[in-house]
Design a binder for this molecule. Structure first.
Ligand code: AMP
Ligand code: MG
Length: 665
């Protein structure tokens, strides 16, 4: 156990322990208040209670065009026997009429005008007609009808807005109604931000070799704004003691909070360490939190100001920001510290193995299944990917002590956004440019269909069909025994009783080689040459299965096993996850050849040796065939527009039965 107030070095703390240590040294408190003109008050936080000094509306006001009357004069009015009154004048908006209504009289009135003395109701003009000063009323009105009484909206003396309220347009509107031109607001905490890393370049500058653009400066700054703070960017620090010292020192001078990202792991982390302890007491409080992502997190306090060292990995940086920094900024900005996120119950679509011993914040996608409600699916991009959070609908929190979550277990999902709109059409499977084309056409024809795609590869696509997460899956799987595409796999993945197979299109597979084919590669046999290096695809991908099918054939011709043969293929064990990655490896000279589709070779201006056509087909869950989004998808697949679009892409071509059902249970 950690004692509060005690410094802990290099011991992983739980989230709660780290927070209490921070709050013990730096209790979250507002940074101050300032007077803000109403026109700048939007998105600010009220630092005072607001009491109404006037009635709103200030006078009894007509809410309809019509006639101000004594309600009692209309009580006997009927469709065929109107009440008859005498019109004595007109009441306009923005003016108090001198006239008053007496029994048997009426005054014509416009919406928003003060109701004249004597009148207690307004009859809508629609229920009247008039000739000269004679008014016929065909329907009775009750006292108070079509009148908003003085002070009935806001009464003078009423406490109308409380301290700590975030001023949205609805609240600034109330301030305007009360005629309040200036208001006390909490000052926004100033938050100094620096990125650290020798590899970082600011967006807009030239991307030199081995450099990457600085992501965290942007995403952390905007998270600060979103949390109610004012970001001040200090720039990119190089990984040197001098530079980091300079920037952090500057940060504490100009801001209430300092955030650094990158350089928090052991080694370089020591720099931040040394700097903080030199700048003032108590210095570093936390180095390492037992969470995933975000273990190398640093929290410190210098002379009462908090410091956060976020991990460099952009996804980790944002998750850690959410856990520690957001509540701190919100509290200092005068907002409720813990913002309530929208939480929904969902079931896990598959078994999930978290990192044992650490609390895991796992980004997930939510998929709506017809009967079972919501299912979740971990976001599949790697931990270093910036797209992870953009693609995720929310995250789940897995406690430290869980070894795994069962398939079908109910979990709470914290949603990133207030509204959850599950996709109308869920497509999970192998990635293909042809699918992108199809979806572009689909959005053009049916702009209201919200679709979501997950590129997991053919095999995972079929599993998603089996579990009901996908409506549609694009697959290209070659059966090694039969040399037949896709159909045999419906049985193998146990979907032959619940899925329909639909013919997609042809894809030209072949060998991707460098421009002008300098190594004179012509066939699979060339992969056995000692001077040739292959770049392979991941196991389970359709393209890998295809390669192994052909290598197997060569192996059996030579009386060898597949393993014996592939042990003499240079690079066979180097796997990449996409067609594009194969192309890039060849472009960079890291490999000489890889199996892939012509479309990609063309995109990267590489040479291509066509070897075979494969069938890229679609599997659709039978119980979703009648869904409108699925019907629209299939209509697009069968359309002439789609076939034309395919013909324009090198390596893709429609078949004469594109869109036909090949199999249904
Ligand atoms: P570090 O925490 O410095 O060891 O960085 C971990 C990973 O995050 C490395 O791959 C860095 O290149 C990357 N990284 C660090 N800072 C940033 C940043 N500001 N923007 C994008 N990537 C970053
Ligand atoms: Mg770094």
């Amino acid at each position: 156990m950690t004692k509060l107030g005690q410094k802990v070095f290099r011991t992983l703390l739980t989230v709660e322990a780290a927070k209490s240590l921070l709050y013990a040294h730096c209790p979250p408190a507002q940074v101050g208040t300032e007077i803000v003109p109403l026109e700048c008050a939007h998105n600010r936080v009220l630092a005072q209670d607001v009491e109404a000094k006037i009635d709103v509306p200030p006078f009894d006001k007509a809410t309809m065009d019509g006639y101000a009357v004594y309600a009692e004069d209309t009580f006997m009015a009927e469709e065929d026997e109107p009440a008859i009154l005498k019109i004595i004048g007109k009441a306009f908006v923005g003016e108090n009429t001198k006239l008053s209504v007496e029994r048997g009289k009426a005054i014509e009135i416009s919406t928003g005008a003060p109701v004249p003395r004597g009148a207690n109701a307004v009859v809508m003009v629609e229920y009247t007609d008039s000739e000269g000063d004679v008014l016929n009323i065909y329907r009775p009105v009750g006292p108070g009808e079509n009148v908003i009484a003085a002070g009935s909206d806001i009464r003078a003396g009423e406490l109308i807005l409380r301290k700590g309220t975030l001023l949205t347009p609805r609240e600034t509107g109330i301030l305007a109604a009360l005629g309040i031109p200036i208001i006390d607001c909490y000052m926004k905490p100033r938050v100094a931000i620096l990125s650290s890393g020798n590899e970082l370049i600011a967006p807009g500058k030239k991307l030199d070799d081995a450099k990457i653009f600085d992501i965290n400066a942007r995403s952390v700054s905007d998270s600060v704004t979103e949390s109610g703070g004012k970001p001040l960017f200090l720039g990119i620090a190089r990984d040197t003691l001098d530079d980091i010292t300079l920037k952090i020192r500057e940060g504490f001078k100009i801001a209430d909070i300092v955030i650094a990202s990158g350089g928090t792991s052991a080694g370089i982390g020591d720099l931040v360490y040394q700097v903080l302890d030199k700048l003032g007491k108590p210095g570093i409080l936390v180095h390492g939190v037992s969470v995933r992502p975000g273990k190398p997190t640093i929290i410190g306090v210098v002379k009462g100001k908090p410091f956060f060292g976020l991990p460099g990995n952009p996804t980790s940086a944002l998750m850690i920001f959410d856990i520690f920094v957001r509540p701190t900024i919100r509290a200092m900005a005068g907002l409720m510290a813990e913002e309530r996120r929208r939480i929904i119950d969902a079931k896990t679509a598959q078994k999930i193995y978290p990192s044992e011993g650490r609390r895991e914040y796992l980004p997930v996608n939510i998929v709506r299944c017809d009967e079972e409600g919501y299912m979740i699916y971990p976001v599949l991009t790697g931990s270093g990917a910036i797209t992870t959070l953009a693609e995720a609908d929310g995250f789940i929190e897995i406690p430290e002590n869980r070894r795994f979550l069962k398939e079908g277990e109910t979990v709470k999902v914290n949603l990133f956004s207030e509204t959850l709109k599950p996709a109308d059409l869920m497509i999970i499977g192998s990635h293909c440019v042809g699918v992108d084309l199809l979806l572009n056409l689909l959005s053009k024809n049916s702009p209201n269909i919200l679709y979501k795609t997950m590129n997991t590869g053919s095999s995972s696509g079929l599993s998603a069909i089996r579990r009901g997460e996908a409506d549609v899956s694009g697959i290209h799987l070659l059966d090694e025994g039969k040399g037949e595409y896709n159909l045999p796999f419906l049985k193998r993945f146990e979907v032959d009783d619940k899925a329909v197979l639909i013919r997609g299109y042809n894809r030209q597979q072949g060998l991707i080689v460098a421009r002008n084919n300098p190594r004179k590669i012509t066939s699979f046999m060339d992969l056995l040459r000692h001077d040739i290096t292959l770049i392979n695809r991941n196991a389970g991908s359709g393209t890998r299965i295809l390669l192994d099918f052909h290598l197997n054939r060569i192996a059996s011709q030579q009386g060898l096993s597949l393993e014996q043969l592939t042990s003499s293929v240079n690079g066979y064990s180097i796997e990449t996850k996409s067609h594009a990655a194969v192309a890039v490896a060849i472009l960079r000279g890291k490999a000489d050849v890889g199996l892939g589709i012509e479309t990609v070779a063309e995109q990267y201006h590489l040479d291509f040796i066509p070897l075979l056509q494969e069938n890229y087909d679609f599997v659709v869950r039978k119980d979703r065939m009648s869904k409108n989004s699925v019907k629209a998808f299939l209509d697009t697949l069968r359309s002439e527009d789609f076939k034309e679009a395919l013909k324009n892409v090198r390596g893709l071509s429609p078949t004469d039965n594109t869109g036909n059902i090949l199999y249904q249970p």
